[in-house]
Ligand binder design. Structure first.
Ligand code: ADP
Ligand code: MG
Length: 248
């Protein structure tokens, strides 16, 4: 990577929906190999921030830099090629595809440009990659099952595997434990910790216990703005955060 630039820099990012400042002059940095968590009450602008960073929305003002390269306003596929992957708050998988096919298709993104005379080699790489992801995400026993037949927790796990298939530099996870049982939440937390050894993770998370145990850095959003940021314990003790987020 280039000259030690942080994986992601967000500078003065803003977007409005009508009169609503959904993301309002937001700046922060995501350092390599640190788990950065965005927290804040419902409607704070967290998902909108992820949409801006991943190219799903264009900001009205501000910049998004990936490893020092300005990719503000670039379309999602370009950001993906530059090394940014994301999962969605609402599941985004094809229900009728098998688990294996889902991962094989996701893995094709890694392959070199199409060459008509290389069809076998191309499919071999994707198949091997899909197999490795099945193992890593503990989905091998479900390889032939349709996505629709998976449990909620398994589907969320598969989504993370899909996002990881392109070997991104940074992985954005929007509420990866939403709707999960306590057991699945713990498993997902362990998985995220494990992933963080290879890829920089930025997530949105509501479970404050998980935020405290998982994060290296926390960014607190409130009404579109960054209210506080820092190590989890410091942020939690911040009086402004206590008032706005924990309600006391
Ligand atoms: P969070 O993820 O923190 O719960 P969101 O980013 O989803 O919050 O939403 C922030 C605010 O922007 C909310 O008031 C929401 O209703 C509004 N909003 C989000 N997306 C849109 C949109 N596409 N059009 C209009 N308003 C939106
Ligand atoms: Mg959201």
């Amino acid at each position: 990577h280039r000259n030690g630039a942080p994986v992601l820099e967000v500078k003065n990012l803003s977007i409005r929906f009508g009169g609503l400042r959904a993301v309002d002059d937001v700046s922060f940095t995501v350092e390599r190999q640190r788990i950065t968590t965005v927290i804040g009450p419902n409607g704070a602008g967290k998902s909108t921030l992820f949409n801006l960073v991943s190219g799903a929305l264009r900001p009205r003002d501000g910049q998004v830099l990936l490893e020092g390269v300005d990719l503000t306003g670039a379309p999602p596929h370009r950001l993906q090629r530059a090394g940014l992957a994301r999962s969605f708050q609402i599941t985004n998988l094809f229900p009728d595809l098998s688990v294996f096919e889902t991962l094989r298709l996701a893995s094709q993104i890694l392959e070199p440009p199409l060459r008509a005379w290389q069809p076998v080699r191309r499919s071999t790489i994707a198949i091997a990659r899909a197999g490795a992801l099945l193992e890593r995400f503990d989905l091998a026993a479900k390889a032939g099952h349709k996505v629709a037949a998976l449990s909620h927790g398994e589907q969320r796990r598969l989504e993370i595997a899909v996002a990881l298939a392109g070997e991104p530099k940074i992985l954005l996870l929007d509420e990866p434990t939403q709707g999960m049982s306590h057991g699945d939440t713990e498993e997902t937390a362990a998985l995220i910790r494990d992933l963080a050894a290879d890829v920089t993770v930025m997530l949105i998370e509501h479970d404050i216990g998980l935020v405290m145990s998982l994060s290296d850095h926390v960014v607190v959003m409130h009404q579109g703005r960054v209210l506080a940021e820092g190590p989890p314990a410091a942020v939690r003790a911040d009086p402004a955060v206590q008032t706005a987020y924990f309600g006391h």
